[in-house]
Design a protein around this ligand. Structure first.
Ligand code: SAH
Length: 224
């Protein structure tokens, strides 16, 4: 069904623009059908300020307030595809660190059975709650808290994804990851360069894989 929006800037049919965005990301290498379906389903323009709506379907990161940004769609797609890699069915319980505006949490709700998303800034936690309200996603729980400590109440997680990068990976995330689970996060090396890292928790321990350089907002401790 075609869904028409009247928000200025996406005056056209937003579904067509969104499908074009997804096709572009697929032509750049996205292969996972579940991630593509989620990207087609979630209206990114509803998660940004009205002034930024015209850019909502460009492959660009956008400010979401409080000095934070929503990642570019191709990077979100890349991280979600890494989470899904090699798994037949939907992901089980997922922990997202850095709810931000709630866009990625909405995507996760399409590819996971249960989503716990934690944000340390009250202003953004509230904004995400507002953005997600009309979607009525029954499998998403938003938490205000310090994601560096993970969220032990929901552990163990079959997947953990972070939208903020610090020096290395907090121990709590390893502890709260299920055996057979996968963690995808930006991580800063001592030279200050951030890379995307994938960590698989296997029967015989943690397997780290360092991927391409990325640029995410900093992972900070505490709630404010
Ligand atoms: N996934 C988000 C991206 C938000 S940017 C989206 O789709 O909009 C990353 C977010 O991580 C920021 O909102 C920032 O406040 C948050 N963050 C940084 N450190 C954190 C921590 N320790 N715990 C929880 N959230 C954190």
């Amino acid at each position: 069904m075609t869904h028409r929006v009247h928000t200025s800037g996406v005056g056209m049919d937003s579904q067509t623009i969104r499908f074009t965005m997804v096709q572009k990301i697929q032509s750049q290498g996205l292969q996972d059908a579940r991630v593509a379906q989620a990207l087609r389903a979630v209206e990114r323009h509803r998660f940004v300020d009205s002034a930024l709506v015209p850019q909502a379907y460009e492959d660009t990161s956008l400010p979401i307030g409080m000095g934070q940004t929503i990642s570019k769609p191709s990077v979100v797609a890349r991280m979600l595809a890494l989470l899904c890699e090699g798994r037949g069915g939907p992901l089980g319980r997922v922990l997202e660190i850095g709810t931000g505006c709630g866009y990625q949490a909405a995507l996760l709700s399409h590819i996971a059975q249960e989503v716990y998303s934690i944000e340390r800034l009250r202003g953004l936690h509230d904004k995400a709650r507002e953005n997600l309200r009309h979607l009525c996603l029954r499998n998403v729980q938003l938490i205000l808290g310090d994601g560096m400590l993970g969220f032990s109440e929901g552990a163990p997680y079959s997947a953990i994804i972070s939208a903020a990068g610090g020096m290395g990976i907090p121990q709590a995330w390893f502890d709260q990851l299920a055996v057979g689970g996968r963690l995808v996060a930006p991580s800063e090396s001592p030279n200050g360069q951030q890379h995307l890292v994938v960590i698989d928790k296997t029967d015989s321990g943690l397997v780290h894989t360092v991927l391409e350089p990325v640029l995410f907002v900093p992972l900070k401790s505490g709630v404010s």
